[in-house]
Structures are given as structure tokens and as C-alpha cells.
Design a protein around this ligand. Structure first.
Ligand code: UP5
Ligand code: MG
Length: 203
């Protein structure tokens, strides 16, 4: 595991809450390495020779969770690559790799596997808002995103998975006092300002 070498922050929130948007800002603010589990899965889906392409495509379209072994391996490999790259480079003033793990863990078993095999999370950023806001954002993004899950039918399934599987993960970390909840209903800039000051206190 990488515990002694890294600071890990999990980034959760419903589909379309603004996880990716806010992570991009935090990369600029604090030099994080941003790893979106969904982006890694989409890249693996299209990688030539991947044995998981079909499985990933089906899960994403149906809004279900890809078996954790696949996702944890992709995250671990990406973290190892980032650590190797930074060993020689600049950034990460305290010498610890700073990682935002976006859209993960979305199920309790993933949380346990990651914390056992990869690293413990310092905190969980939780972007909360209403389903109405989420739906609006995703349908709007769907006009241009090309994402196979940005349609009304898939979105409904993603909401269900989020409520059934991911909310318990957030509740688990809440009990540990690790959750920082940020209302993401406001503008990107307003959400960013609140997020930035919360994260600054963690580093
Ligand atoms: N937007 C953002 N913030 C805004 C704001 N404050 N005001 C107005 N508009 C705002 O934002 C979504 C849209 O809203 C954008 O158009 C943005 O401009 C606008 P974004 O930052 O993309 O939100 P995000 O929370 O990242 O939404 P995303 O759709 O990526 O969330 P999901 O959690 O649904 O998607 P993810 O890529 O993480 O996962 C996709 C699928 O992969 C899952 O459903 C699952 O099938 C699979 N998966 C796994 O199986 N395992 C995993 O561990 C992870 C994923
Ligand atoms: Mg995203």
C-alpha cells in the first residue's frame, strides 16, 4: 500500500453533482493528481485488447457498478504511475502524492478493498444537491457529452444505484467524522470557493 507516500481525498456526490468540475479547480489550487474512476473505466473500455470493454460498457449504460477488482486495479496503476512521474519532478512540496479520487468508492466493498490495498482516505468531499438539479445538469451535458449514460433512462438507474449503494458509503465515513459536505447547488465559482477553503485546512 501507498499510505506513507500519499494523501488521498475521496470525492463523492450524485451523478452530475460537479465532482469532475470541482476536482479540476482543486488541481490548479493545490497540485492534486485527479483520478476519476469513471474516466479510467471509460478509457479502459476503449483500450484495444482490454478484456473488460463489454462489461464496462454494460455497467455504465445500466448505471451499475463495475466489479471492484477492475476499478481498484485501474486506480492503483494510475497512482503508481503518477508517483513514479513525480519522483523526479516538481510539485507536492511535502513529498507526499496528493490524490483526488473522484466518483469512488461508490459501494462499501470498494471502500474496504481500496483502504486495505492502496491507501486510507484522509477525508471525503461530498457534493450534495437535489435530484432535480442533477437531472437538469446531466440532460444539458448530454446534448454534447457523447456519454452513453447521459440519457433519461440511464440517469434514473444511476440515481437508484447512488441511493442504494453509495449513500451508505457516505454514511460510513460520516460516522468516522471524515465527510466534508458542500452544497453544490450554487454556481461553479461559489462551490469552488467553499471547497477550496475546506481542502486548504486538510493539507
Ligand atoms: N456543472 C457542474 N457544476 C455546476 C454548478 N455548480 N452549476 C451549474 N452547472 C454545473 O458536472 C456535470 C455537469 O454539470 C457538467 O456539464 C458541468 O459543467 C455542470 P460534472 O463536474 O461532470 O459532474 P460529476 O459529478 O463529475 O458527474 P458525472 O456524470 O461524472 O458523475 P457520475 O458519478 O455519474 O459518473 P462517473 O464518471 O463517476 O461514473 C460513471 C459510471 O461509471 C457509473 O455510473 C458506474 O457505472 C461506473 N463506475 C463504476 O462502476 N465504479 C466506480 O468506481 C466509478 C464509476
Ligand atoms: Mg465526473
Amino acid at each position: 500500500a501507498f499510505d506513507s507516500k500519499v494523501t488521498v481525498i475521496f470525492v463523492l456526490g450524485g451523478p452530475g453533482a460537479g465532482k469532475g468540475t470541482q476536482c479540476a479547480r482543486l488541481v490548479q489550487d493545490f497540485g492534486f493528481c485527479h483520478l476519476s474512476a469513471g474516466d479510467l473505466l471509460r478509457a479502459e473500455q476503449h483500450r484495444e485488447g482490454s478484456e473488460y470493454g463489454q462489461l464496462i460498457q454494460t455497467c455504465i449504460k445500466e448505471g451499475t457498478i463495475v466489479p471492484m477488482e477492475v476499478t481498484v486495479k485501474l486506480l492503483k496503476n494510475a497512482m503508481a504511475a503518477a508517483l513514479a512521474e513525480h519522483r523526479s519532478g516538481e510539485g507536492w512540496a511535502d513529498g507526499r502524492g496528493r490524490f483526488l479520487i473522484d466518483g469512488f468508492p461508490r459501494k462499501m466493498d470498494q471502500a474496504e478493498m481500496f483502504e486495505h490495498d492502496v491507501a486510507k482516505a484522509t477525508a471525503v468531499l461530498f457534493f450534495s444537491t437535489t435530484e432535480e438539479v442533477l437531472l437538469q445538469r446531466l440532460l444539458e451535458r448530454g446534448k454534447t457529452s457523447g456519454r452513453e449514460d447521459d440519457n433519461a433512462e440511464s440517469i434514473k438507474k444511476r440515481f437508484n444505484t447512488y441511493k442504494d449503494q453509495t449513500m451508505p458509503v457516505i454514511e460510513h465515513y460520516e460516522k468516522l467524522g471524515k465527510v466534508i459536505e458542500i452544497d453544490s447547488s450554487e454556481s461553479i465559482d461559489e462551490v469552488h470557493a467553499k471547497t477550496k477553503s475546506a481542502v486548504a485546512k486538510l493539507l
